[in-house]
Design a protein around this ligand. Sequence first.
Ligand code: IMP
Ligand code: MG
Length: 194
Amino acid sequence: MQDGRTTFAAWEQDLDRFLIAPEEIQARVQELGQAITNHYANVDELTLVAIINGALPFTADLMRSIQRPVRLDCIRVSSYQDQTRPASKPQILDRIHLDLHDRHVLIIDDILDTGHTMKRVMRELQQEKPASLALCVLLQKEDRLEVAVKPDFVGFGIPDEFVVGYGLDFAERYRNLPGIGVLKAECQNPPEWN
Ligand code: IMP
Ligand code: MG
């Protein structure tokens, strides 16, 4: 099997710099899984709601480090499309299917930036009257929150730069990088991607 850094090196030309190595992500995911396991020690079953597509790799790894029974569902929210800043207010594109009434629900996303996406998802899920609603994000951009959202579990605080990898994309690219890096400005709008 290829070592994480070697795989990552193939993307080097598009990145300004690496921010978080694959090994660091995996170690932190284990810690988050442990914290979540402890937090829900007295809960029979936890319902995970992943915000796709970005939360896919994080959710896949995180759910396997949670040592409690879980159910999984996904919600799709309108994305940045081909921009690095949101074009419009987040809209729910695909709803969840599980019943959340009286359930303990944990929302999972790749990154908390302004918080508008998370706020929109929370409003949607709160209508189902869950027993509890908590938030877990792998990354949080520092000093960017524009709404009152407080994540319960955060992997890493990062500076306000456009990052890709481990689920985070630009125009649906780079999601499969095993680590996280800052995307070069000139790679943020290549005409051949339109
Ligand atoms: P928010 O609504 O501003 O908090 O943005 C959250 C969503 O924006 C995340 O689910 C990501 O899809 C996307 N996002 C925010 N910052 C970045 C970034 O640096 N790279 C890639 N996607 C990002
Ligand atoms: Mg996302």
